[in-house]
Design a protein around this ligand. Structure first.
Ligand code: FAD
Length: 474
Protein backbone atom coordinates (compact mmCIF):
# COMPACT_ATOMS: atom_id res chain seq x y z
CA UNK A 1 0.00 0.00 0.00
CA UNK A 2 1.26 3.48 -0.82
CA UNK A 3 -0.26 6.58 0.76
CA UNK A 4 0.37 9.98 -0.77
CA UNK A 5 0.00 13.25 1.14
CA UNK A 6 -0.68 16.12 -1.26
CA UNK A 7 0.79 19.17 0.49
CA UNK A 8 -0.39 22.66 -0.43
CA UNK A 9 -1.11 25.25 2.22
CA UNK A 10 -0.21 23.08 5.20
CA UNK A 11 3.58 23.03 5.34
CA UNK A 12 3.98 21.57 8.81
CA UNK A 13 4.46 18.28 10.64
CA UNK A 14 2.37 19.01 13.71
CA UNK A 15 -1.37 19.33 13.56
CA UNK A 16 -1.51 18.31 9.93
CA UNK A 17 -4.69 16.21 9.63
CA UNK A 18 -3.90 14.77 6.19
CA UNK A 19 -0.33 13.83 7.08
CA UNK A 20 -1.45 12.35 10.37
CA UNK A 21 -4.15 10.23 8.71
CA UNK A 22 -1.79 9.02 5.97
CA UNK A 23 0.56 7.68 8.63
CA UNK A 24 -2.02 5.73 10.63
CA UNK A 25 -1.35 2.37 8.98
CA UNK A 26 2.03 1.06 10.03
CA UNK A 27 2.51 -1.07 6.93
CA UNK A 28 1.74 1.67 4.39
CA UNK A 29 4.53 3.33 2.47
CA UNK A 30 4.01 7.11 2.82
CA UNK A 31 5.19 9.68 0.33
CA UNK A 32 4.44 13.41 0.11
CA UNK A 33 4.01 15.58 -2.98
CA UNK A 34 4.08 19.31 -3.67
CA UNK A 35 3.05 20.66 -7.07
CA UNK A 36 4.13 24.16 -8.09
CA UNK A 37 1.67 26.06 -10.32
CA UNK A 38 3.43 29.33 -11.23
CA UNK A 39 0.93 30.34 -13.92
CA UNK A 40 -1.97 30.00 -11.50
CA UNK A 41 -0.13 31.92 -8.82
CA UNK A 42 0.56 34.71 -11.25
CA UNK A 43 -3.18 34.93 -11.94
CA UNK A 44 -3.71 35.14 -8.17
CA UNK A 45 -1.05 37.88 -7.84
CA UNK A 46 0.91 35.81 -5.31
CA UNK A 47 4.05 37.74 -4.43
CA UNK A 48 7.47 36.54 -5.53
CA UNK A 49 8.54 36.90 -1.92
CA UNK A 50 5.89 34.53 -0.68
CA UNK A 51 6.94 32.02 -3.34
CA UNK A 52 10.54 32.08 -2.10
CA UNK A 53 9.36 31.79 1.49
CA UNK A 54 7.26 28.75 0.55
CA UNK A 55 10.18 27.19 -1.30
CA UNK A 56 12.46 27.53 1.71
CA UNK A 57 9.75 26.25 4.05
CA UNK A 58 9.28 23.23 1.80
CA UNK A 59 12.99 22.54 1.97
CA UNK A 60 12.84 22.57 5.81
CA UNK A 61 9.78 20.34 5.77
CA UNK A 62 11.40 17.96 3.30
CA UNK A 63 14.35 17.43 5.65
CA UNK A 64 12.03 16.68 8.57
CA UNK A 65 9.89 14.35 6.49
CA UNK A 66 12.95 12.48 5.22
CA UNK A 67 14.03 11.91 8.81
CA UNK A 68 10.64 10.23 9.37
CA UNK A 69 11.02 8.05 6.28
CA UNK A 70 8.64 10.11 4.13
CA UNK A 71 10.21 11.49 0.93
CA UNK A 72 8.82 14.77 -0.37
CA UNK A 73 8.46 14.71 -4.15
CA UNK A 74 8.26 17.88 -6.20
CA UNK A 75 6.45 18.48 -9.47
CA UNK A 76 5.75 21.64 -11.45
CA UNK A 77 3.20 22.56 -14.10
CA UNK A 78 1.43 25.75 -15.08
CA UNK A 79 -1.96 25.90 -13.42
CA UNK A 80 -4.47 24.07 -11.25
CA UNK A 81 -6.01 22.17 -14.16
CA UNK A 82 -2.64 20.70 -15.04
CA UNK A 83 -1.89 19.99 -11.39
CA UNK A 84 -4.72 17.46 -11.31
CA UNK A 85 -3.16 15.56 -14.22
CA UNK A 86 0.22 15.81 -12.51
CA UNK A 87 -1.20 14.38 -9.28
CA UNK A 88 -2.72 11.50 -11.19
CA UNK A 89 0.57 10.80 -13.01
CA UNK A 90 2.53 10.67 -9.74
CA UNK A 91 -0.12 8.35 -8.26
CA UNK A 92 0.37 5.96 -11.19
CA UNK A 93 4.15 6.19 -11.12
CA UNK A 94 4.28 5.14 -7.46
CA UNK A 95 1.21 2.89 -7.44
CA UNK A 96 -0.52 5.04 -4.87
CA UNK A 97 -3.60 3.46 -3.29
CA UNK A 98 -4.82 6.44 -1.30
CA UNK A 99 -4.36 10.22 -1.40
CA UNK A 100 -4.74 12.45 1.67
CA UNK A 101 -5.05 16.22 1.51
CA UNK A 102 -6.28 19.19 3.52
CA UNK A 103 -9.03 21.33 2.00
CA UNK A 104 -8.40 24.83 0.74
CA UNK A 105 -11.44 27.05 0.78
CA UNK A 106 -10.82 29.59 -1.99
CA UNK A 107 -12.94 29.14 -5.12
CA UNK A 108 -10.26 28.06 -7.64
CA UNK A 109 -8.58 25.83 -5.09
CA UNK A 110 -11.90 24.24 -4.18
CA UNK A 111 -12.72 23.58 -7.85
CA UNK A 112 -9.30 22.02 -8.40
CA UNK A 113 -9.87 19.72 -5.45
CA UNK A 114 -13.26 18.64 -6.75
CA UNK A 115 -11.71 17.84 -10.13
CA UNK A 116 -8.94 15.88 -8.41
CA UNK A 117 -11.53 13.89 -6.45
CA UNK A 118 -13.44 13.09 -9.62
CA UNK A 119 -10.37 12.10 -11.60
CA UNK A 120 -8.87 9.87 -8.95
CA UNK A 121 -12.24 8.26 -8.27
CA UNK A 122 -12.42 7.37 -11.99
CA UNK A 123 -8.99 5.79 -11.61
CA UNK A 124 -9.99 3.81 -8.53
CA UNK A 125 -7.66 5.70 -6.24
CA UNK A 126 -9.16 6.60 -2.88
CA UNK A 127 -8.84 10.29 -2.07
CA UNK A 128 -9.75 11.80 1.26
CA UNK A 129 -9.94 15.47 2.23
CA UNK A 130 -9.70 16.97 5.74
CA UNK A 131 -10.79 20.26 7.23
CA UNK A 132 -7.79 22.43 8.02
CA UNK A 133 -6.83 26.06 7.89
CA UNK A 134 -9.63 27.17 10.23
CA UNK A 135 -10.51 26.47 13.86
CA UNK A 136 -13.83 24.87 12.97
CA UNK A 137 -15.13 23.88 9.53
CA UNK A 138 -16.54 26.75 7.46
CA UNK A 139 -20.32 26.52 7.50
CA UNK A 140 -20.43 25.31 11.11
CA UNK A 141 -20.89 28.72 12.79
CA UNK A 142 -24.38 29.76 11.77
CA UNK A 143 -27.19 32.07 12.84
CA UNK A 144 -30.43 30.67 14.25
CA UNK A 145 -31.73 30.67 10.67
CA UNK A 146 -28.88 28.47 9.54
CA UNK A 147 -27.09 31.18 7.55
CA UNK A 148 -23.61 32.65 7.74
CA UNK A 149 -23.26 35.71 9.97
CA UNK A 150 -22.73 38.91 7.98
CA UNK A 151 -21.46 40.80 10.98
CA UNK A 152 -18.33 39.93 12.90
CA UNK A 153 -19.33 40.39 16.56
CA UNK A 154 -22.22 37.87 16.67
CA UNK A 155 -20.08 35.47 14.62
CA UNK A 156 -17.27 35.68 17.15
CA UNK A 157 -19.68 35.28 20.07
CA UNK A 158 -21.15 32.15 18.52
CA UNK A 159 -17.66 30.85 17.79
CA UNK A 160 -16.49 31.44 21.36
CA UNK A 161 -19.57 29.61 22.61
CA UNK A 162 -18.76 26.65 20.37
CA UNK A 163 -15.13 26.60 21.44
CA UNK A 164 -16.08 26.86 25.12
CA UNK A 165 -18.17 23.71 24.71
CA UNK A 166 -15.53 21.80 22.79
CA UNK A 167 -12.02 22.71 21.72
CA UNK A 168 -10.60 21.50 18.43
CA UNK A 169 -7.87 18.89 18.66
CA UNK A 170 -4.31 19.26 17.43
CA UNK A 171 -2.86 16.16 15.80
CA UNK A 172 0.65 15.16 16.85
CA UNK A 173 3.47 14.94 14.30
CA UNK A 174 3.70 11.45 12.82
CA UNK A 175 6.19 8.94 14.19
CA UNK A 176 9.19 7.71 12.25
CA UNK A 177 8.01 5.10 9.78
CA UNK A 178 8.87 1.50 10.59
CA UNK A 179 9.16 0.96 6.82
CA UNK A 180 10.59 4.13 5.30
CA UNK A 181 9.83 4.66 1.62
CA UNK A 182 12.83 3.72 -0.47
CA UNK A 183 12.55 6.78 -2.71
CA UNK A 184 14.88 9.76 -2.86
CA UNK A 185 13.30 13.10 -1.90
CA UNK A 186 13.49 15.74 -4.64
CA UNK A 187 15.48 18.91 -4.26
CA UNK A 188 13.12 21.85 -4.07
CA UNK A 189 13.90 24.29 -6.90
CA UNK A 190 12.74 27.88 -7.21
CA UNK A 191 8.95 27.77 -7.54
CA UNK A 192 8.55 30.40 -10.24
CA UNK A 193 10.36 32.90 -12.41
CA UNK A 194 8.52 35.50 -10.33
CA UNK A 195 10.26 34.37 -7.12
CA UNK A 196 12.22 37.11 -5.43
CA UNK A 197 14.28 37.46 -2.34
CA UNK A 198 12.80 38.15 1.08
CA UNK A 199 14.23 39.04 4.44
CA UNK A 200 15.25 35.61 5.79
CA UNK A 201 16.61 37.11 8.97
CA UNK A 202 13.27 38.62 9.99
CA UNK A 203 11.29 35.69 8.62
CA UNK A 204 13.24 32.46 8.98
CA UNK A 205 11.32 29.80 7.07
CA UNK A 206 9.91 26.61 8.53
CA UNK A 207 7.27 25.23 10.82
CA UNK A 208 9.73 24.92 13.71
CA UNK A 209 10.39 28.66 13.61
CA UNK A 210 6.64 29.28 13.47
CA UNK A 211 6.05 27.23 16.62
CA UNK A 212 8.90 28.95 18.44
CA UNK A 213 7.47 32.34 17.53
CA UNK A 214 4.03 31.31 18.69
CA UNK A 215 5.35 30.02 22.01
CA UNK A 216 7.42 33.15 22.62
CA UNK A 217 4.57 35.48 21.72
CA UNK A 218 2.10 33.56 23.85
CA UNK A 219 4.39 33.72 26.88
CA UNK A 220 5.86 37.18 26.42
CA UNK A 221 3.59 39.22 24.18
CA UNK A 222 -0.03 38.11 24.30
CA UNK A 223 -0.85 39.65 27.70
CA UNK A 224 0.35 43.09 26.56
CA UNK A 225 -1.09 42.84 23.06
CA UNK A 226 -4.21 44.87 23.80
CA UNK A 227 -2.05 47.78 24.98
CA UNK A 228 0.61 47.80 22.25
CA UNK A 229 -1.12 46.42 19.18
CA UNK A 230 -2.02 49.75 17.59
CA UNK A 231 1.38 51.38 17.70
CA UNK A 232 3.63 50.34 14.82
CA UNK A 233 6.85 51.54 16.44
CA UNK A 234 6.50 48.73 19.03
CA UNK A 235 6.87 45.08 18.19
CA UNK A 236 3.53 44.49 19.91
CA UNK A 237 2.01 41.94 17.53
CA UNK A 238 3.00 38.34 16.86
CA UNK A 239 4.22 38.73 13.25
CA UNK A 240 2.97 35.21 12.69
CA UNK A 241 0.93 36.12 9.61
CA UNK A 242 3.41 34.80 6.97
CA UNK A 243 3.45 31.45 8.79
CA UNK A 244 -0.34 31.30 9.19
CA UNK A 245 -0.89 32.32 5.58
CA UNK A 246 1.30 29.47 4.31
CA UNK A 247 0.15 26.87 6.82
CA UNK A 248 3.43 26.57 8.70
CA UNK A 249 1.41 26.94 11.87
CA UNK A 250 -2.31 26.31 12.26
CA UNK A 251 -4.99 28.46 13.84
CA UNK A 252 -5.76 25.53 16.16
CA UNK A 253 -2.17 25.49 17.38
CA UNK A 254 -2.47 29.24 18.06
CA UNK A 255 -5.68 28.79 20.03
CA UNK A 256 -4.45 25.86 22.11
CA UNK A 257 -1.08 27.45 22.84
CA UNK A 258 -2.75 30.63 24.09
CA UNK A 259 -5.20 28.67 26.24
CA UNK A 260 -2.31 26.64 27.67
CA UNK A 261 -0.53 29.82 28.80
CA UNK A 262 -3.67 31.91 29.46
CA UNK A 263 -6.47 29.58 30.54
CA UNK A 264 -8.89 32.52 30.93
CA UNK A 265 -8.40 33.85 27.41
CA UNK A 266 -11.68 32.60 25.98
CA UNK A 267 -13.68 34.21 28.75
CA UNK A 268 -12.13 37.60 28.10
CA UNK A 269 -8.72 37.56 29.82
CA UNK A 270 -5.94 39.80 28.46
CA UNK A 271 -4.91 37.41 25.71
CA UNK A 272 -8.47 37.47 24.38
CA UNK A 273 -7.64 40.51 22.22
CA UNK A 274 -5.16 38.41 20.33
CA UNK A 275 -7.52 35.46 19.95
CA UNK A 276 -9.98 37.98 18.59
CA UNK A 277 -7.63 38.50 15.62
CA UNK A 278 -7.49 34.76 15.01
CA UNK A 279 -11.30 34.91 15.01
CA UNK A 280 -11.27 37.72 12.40
CA UNK A 281 -9.13 35.47 10.25
CA UNK A 282 -11.67 32.72 10.79
CA UNK A 283 -14.58 35.02 9.93
CA UNK A 284 -13.11 36.02 6.56
CA UNK A 285 -12.36 32.40 5.64
CA UNK A 286 -15.89 31.30 6.52
CA UNK A 287 -17.24 34.23 4.48
CA UNK A 288 -15.33 33.12 1.35
CA UNK A 289 -17.07 29.78 1.52
CA UNK A 290 -20.51 31.28 2.12
CA UNK A 291 -20.03 33.96 -0.56
CA UNK A 292 -17.73 32.64 -3.31
CA UNK A 293 -18.27 35.87 -5.31
CA UNK A 294 -15.79 37.43 -2.88
CA UNK A 295 -13.12 35.25 -4.51
CA UNK A 296 -13.98 36.98 -7.78
CA UNK A 297 -13.32 40.33 -6.12
CA UNK A 298 -16.92 41.44 -6.21
CA UNK A 299 -18.02 43.82 -3.47
CA UNK A 300 -20.16 42.27 -0.77
CA UNK A 301 -22.47 45.29 -0.65
CA UNK A 302 -24.05 45.47 -4.11
CA UNK A 303 -24.62 49.19 -4.40
CA UNK A 304 -20.93 49.92 -3.91
CA UNK A 305 -20.32 48.36 -7.35
CA UNK A 306 -21.66 51.67 -8.73
CA UNK A 307 -19.04 53.89 -7.11
CA UNK A 308 -17.26 55.75 -9.91
CA UNK A 309 -13.64 55.29 -9.07
CA UNK A 310 -11.02 57.68 -10.36
CA UNK A 311 -8.39 56.38 -12.70
CA UNK A 312 -5.18 58.14 -11.82
CA UNK A 313 -2.02 56.17 -12.49
CA UNK A 314 0.23 58.91 -11.21
CA UNK A 315 -1.46 59.00 -7.81
CA UNK A 316 -1.69 55.22 -7.68
CA UNK A 317 2.05 55.06 -8.25
CA UNK A 318 2.72 57.72 -5.63
CA UNK A 319 0.76 55.59 -3.16
CA UNK A 320 2.58 52.40 -4.18
CA UNK A 321 5.98 54.02 -3.90
CA UNK A 322 5.34 55.80 -0.61
CA UNK A 323 5.45 59.31 -2.08
CA UNK A 324 2.08 60.78 -1.15
CA UNK A 325 3.38 63.49 1.18
CA UNK A 326 1.53 61.92 4.13
CA UNK A 327 4.39 60.52 6.23
CA UNK A 328 2.50 57.75 7.98
CA UNK A 329 1.14 56.46 4.64
CA UNK A 330 4.53 56.68 2.97
CA UNK A 331 6.46 55.03 5.82
CA UNK A 332 3.95 52.17 5.80
CA UNK A 333 4.15 51.65 2.03
CA UNK A 334 7.93 51.68 2.18
CA UNK A 335 7.84 49.07 4.93
CA UNK A 336 5.61 46.94 2.68
CA UNK A 337 7.82 47.40 -0.37
CA UNK A 338 10.97 46.59 1.52
CA UNK A 339 9.86 43.76 3.81
CA UNK A 340 6.55 42.37 2.50
CA UNK A 341 4.94 42.92 5.89
CA UNK A 342 2.94 45.83 7.27
CA UNK A 343 1.44 46.50 10.67
CA UNK A 344 -2.36 46.12 10.82
CA UNK A 345 -3.08 49.72 11.89
CA UNK A 346 -1.03 50.90 8.93
CA UNK A 347 -2.80 48.55 6.52
CA UNK A 348 -6.05 50.22 7.57
CA UNK A 349 -4.58 53.70 7.16
CA UNK A 350 -3.04 53.16 3.71
CA UNK A 351 -6.10 51.29 2.44
CA UNK A 352 -8.38 54.08 3.61
CA UNK A 353 -6.07 56.61 1.98
CA UNK A 354 -6.09 54.91 -1.42
CA UNK A 355 -9.84 54.43 -1.47
CA UNK A 356 -11.20 57.42 0.44
CA UNK A 357 -8.61 60.09 -0.25
CA UNK A 358 -7.65 59.14 -3.80
CA UNK A 359 -10.98 57.51 -4.70
CA UNK A 360 -9.10 54.71 -6.45
CA UNK A 361 -10.77 51.30 -6.75
CA UNK A 362 -10.02 49.14 -3.70
CA UNK A 363 -9.20 46.26 -6.05
CA UNK A 364 -6.09 48.15 -7.20
CA UNK A 365 -4.93 48.20 -3.60
CA UNK A 366 -5.92 44.61 -2.98
CA UNK A 367 -3.90 43.50 -6.01
CA UNK A 368 -0.87 45.60 -5.12
CA UNK A 369 -0.87 44.28 -1.55
CA UNK A 370 -0.99 40.68 -2.76
CA UNK A 371 1.91 41.31 -5.14
CA UNK A 372 4.07 42.53 -2.26
CA UNK A 373 2.94 40.71 0.87
CA UNK A 374 4.81 37.84 2.43
CA UNK A 375 1.58 37.00 4.26
CA UNK A 376 -0.75 37.56 1.29
CA UNK A 377 -3.97 35.61 1.81
CA UNK A 378 -7.09 36.06 -0.30
CA UNK A 379 -9.53 35.92 2.63
CA UNK A 380 -7.76 38.34 4.97
CA UNK A 381 -6.62 40.69 2.24
CA UNK A 382 -10.00 40.88 0.55
CA UNK A 383 -11.70 41.21 3.94
CA UNK A 384 -9.34 44.01 4.98
CA UNK A 385 -9.73 45.93 1.73
CA UNK A 386 -13.50 45.61 1.65
CA UNK A 387 -13.65 46.72 5.27
CA UNK A 388 -11.54 49.80 4.52
CA UNK A 389 -13.50 50.58 1.34
CA UNK A 390 -16.86 50.19 3.14
CA UNK A 391 -17.92 47.67 0.51
CA UNK A 392 -17.77 44.55 2.68
CA UNK A 393 -19.90 42.69 5.19
CA UNK A 394 -18.82 44.21 8.41
CA UNK A 395 -17.41 47.34 6.95
CA UNK A 396 -16.83 50.77 8.40
CA UNK A 397 -19.73 52.97 7.20
CA UNK A 398 -18.70 54.81 4.04
CA UNK A 399 -18.99 58.20 5.70
CA UNK A 400 -16.34 57.26 8.27
CA UNK A 401 -13.16 58.45 6.63
CA UNK A 402 -9.74 58.38 8.30
CA UNK A 403 -7.82 61.62 8.35
CA UNK A 404 -4.33 60.36 7.44
CA UNK A 405 -2.52 63.12 9.27
CA UNK A 406 -4.51 62.64 12.48
CA UNK A 407 -4.05 58.86 12.26
CA UNK A 408 -0.31 59.46 12.14
CA UNK A 409 -0.44 61.83 15.12
CA UNK A 410 -2.45 59.32 17.09
CA UNK A 411 -0.59 56.10 16.36
CA UNK A 412 2.97 57.31 15.77
CA UNK A 413 2.94 60.41 17.97
CA UNK A 414 6.69 61.06 18.05
CA UNK A 415 7.20 59.88 14.47
CA UNK A 416 9.63 57.13 15.46
CA UNK A 417 8.14 54.68 12.98
CA UNK A 418 8.04 57.32 10.26
CA UNK A 419 11.71 58.23 10.66
CA UNK A 420 12.71 54.57 10.48
CA UNK A 421 11.34 54.33 6.94
CA UNK A 422 11.73 57.88 5.66
CA UNK A 423 15.29 58.96 6.43
CA UNK A 424 14.63 62.18 4.46
CA UNK A 425 12.60 63.30 7.49
CA UNK A 426 15.22 62.51 10.12
CA UNK A 427 15.86 66.18 10.91
CA UNK A 428 12.18 67.12 11.27
CA UNK A 429 11.16 67.68 14.92
CA UNK A 430 8.44 65.51 16.53
CA UNK A 431 5.79 68.22 16.47
CA UNK A 432 6.16 68.72 12.70
CA UNK A 433 6.70 65.14 11.60
CA UNK A 434 3.15 64.64 10.33
CA UNK A 435 3.16 67.78 8.20
CA UNK A 436 6.83 68.21 7.35
CA UNK A 437 6.60 70.20 4.13
CA UNK A 438 4.63 73.04 5.73
CA UNK A 439 7.09 73.09 8.60
CA UNK A 440 10.04 73.25 6.21
CA UNK A 441 8.42 76.10 4.28
CA UNK A 442 8.05 78.14 7.45
CA UNK A 443 11.69 77.43 8.33
CA UNK A 444 12.82 78.45 4.85
CA UNK A 445 14.18 74.92 4.34
CA UNK A 446 13.60 72.43 1.58
CA UNK A 447 13.11 68.74 2.17
CA UNK A 448 13.68 65.90 -0.23
CA UNK A 449 10.07 64.86 0.37
CA UNK A 450 6.89 65.55 -1.63
CA UNK A 451 4.06 67.89 -0.66
CA UNK A 452 0.71 66.23 0.07
CA UNK A 453 -0.75 64.93 -3.20
CA UNK A 454 -4.34 65.63 -2.14
CA UNK A 455 -6.19 68.04 0.05
CA UNK A 456 -7.81 65.71 2.58
CA UNK A 457 -10.82 67.92 3.30
CA UNK A 458 -11.68 68.30 -0.35
CA UNK A 459 -11.02 64.64 -1.12
CA UNK A 460 -13.33 63.66 1.70
CA UNK A 461 -16.19 65.66 0.15
CA UNK A 462 -15.60 64.20 -3.31
CA UNK A 463 -15.61 60.67 -1.89
CA UNK A 464 -18.78 61.21 0.13
CA UNK A 465 -20.49 62.47 -3.03
CA UNK A 466 -19.27 59.50 -5.06
CA UNK A 467 -20.59 57.01 -2.50
CA UNK A 468 -23.89 58.92 -2.16
CA UNK A 469 -24.35 58.89 -5.94
CA UNK A 470 -23.67 55.14 -6.06
CA UNK A 471 -26.17 54.51 -3.29
CA UNK A 472 -28.88 56.50 -5.06
CA UNK A 473 -28.13 54.75 -8.33
CA UNK A 474 -29.23 51.53 -6.70
P1 FAD B 1 -1.38 39.74 15.00
O1 FAD B 1 -1.95 41.04 15.40
O2 FAD B 1 -0.38 39.11 15.87
O3 FAD B 1 -2.61 38.75 14.75
C1 FAD B 1 -2.46 37.32 14.75
C2 FAD B 1 -2.97 36.71 13.48
O4 FAD B 1 -4.36 36.94 13.33
C3 FAD B 1 -2.34 37.29 12.21
O5 FAD B 1 -1.09 36.69 11.96
C4 FAD B 1 -3.39 36.97 11.16
O6 FAD B 1 -3.28 35.64 10.73
C5 FAD B 1 -4.68 37.12 11.95
N1 FAD B 1 -5.24 38.48 11.78
C6 FAD B 1 -4.93 39.58 12.48
N2 FAD B 1 -5.70 40.63 12.09
C7 FAD B 1 -6.49 40.16 11.12
C8 FAD B 1 -7.51 40.76 10.32
N3 FAD B 1 -7.86 42.04 10.46
N4 FAD B 1 -8.11 40.00 9.38
C9 FAD B 1 -7.79 38.69 9.24
N5 FAD B 1 -6.84 38.07 9.97
C10 FAD B 1 -6.20 38.80 10.91
N6 FAD B 1 -3.61 39.52 6.97
C11 FAD B 1 -3.05 38.47 6.35
O7 FAD B 1 -2.69 37.48 6.98
N7 FAD B 1 -2.88 38.49 4.98
C12 FAD B 1 -3.25 39.55 4.22
O8 FAD B 1 -3.11 39.50 3.00
C13 FAD B 1 -3.83 40.67 4.87
N8 FAD B 1 -4.19 41.78 4.18
C14 FAD B 1 -4.77 42.84 4.83
C15 FAD B 1 -5.18 43.96 4.10
C16 FAD B 1 -5.77 45.05 4.73
C17 FAD B 1 -6.21 46.24 3.91
C18 FAD B 1 -5.98 45.01 6.12
C19 FAD B 1 -6.62 46.16 6.82
C20 FAD B 1 -5.59 43.90 6.85
C21 FAD B 1 -4.98 42.81 6.24
N9 FAD B 1 -4.56 41.67 6.96
C22 FAD B 1 -4.00 40.61 6.29
C23 FAD B 1 -4.84 41.55 8.40
C24 FAD B 1 -3.75 42.03 9.36
O9 FAD B 1 -3.34 43.31 9.02
C25 FAD B 1 -2.53 41.10 9.40
O10 FAD B 1 -2.96 39.78 9.58
C26 FAD B 1 -1.60 41.47 10.56
O11 FAD B 1 -1.17 42.78 10.44
C27 FAD B 1 -0.44 40.51 10.58
O12 FAD B 1 0.44 40.81 11.62
P2 FAD B 1 0.60 39.87 12.88
O13 FAD B 1 0.85 38.46 12.45
O14 FAD B 1 1.62 40.48 13.77
O15 FAD B 1 -0.84 39.95 13.51
Amino acid sequence: KTHLVWLRNDLRLNDNPALYAACQQADARVIALYIATPGQWQQHDVSGRQLSFIRDSLQCLSEDLTALGIPLLFAACDDFTQSVAELSAVCHRYEVSQVFYNYQYELNEHRRDRRAEEKLAEEDIVIQGFHDGTLVPPGSVLTGKGTMYNVYTPFSKALVKMLSRELPECYPAPDKRAHPADIQADDIPSLSEQSRDYDRESFPPGHREALQRLRKFSQQGAAEYHRLRDFPEHAGTSVLSPYLATGQVSARQCLLRILHDHPEALSGGNAYSWLNEIFWREFYLHLLVAYPALCRHQPFTDWTAHVRWRKDDKQLQAWQQGKTGFPVVDAAMRQLNETGWMHNRLRMIVASFLVKDLLIDWREGERYFMSQLLDGSLAANNGGWQWAASTGTDAAPYFRIFNPQLQGERFDPAGNFIRRWIPELSSVPDKAIHDPVNWAKKQGKTLDYPAQIVDHKQARQTTLQAYEAARKHN
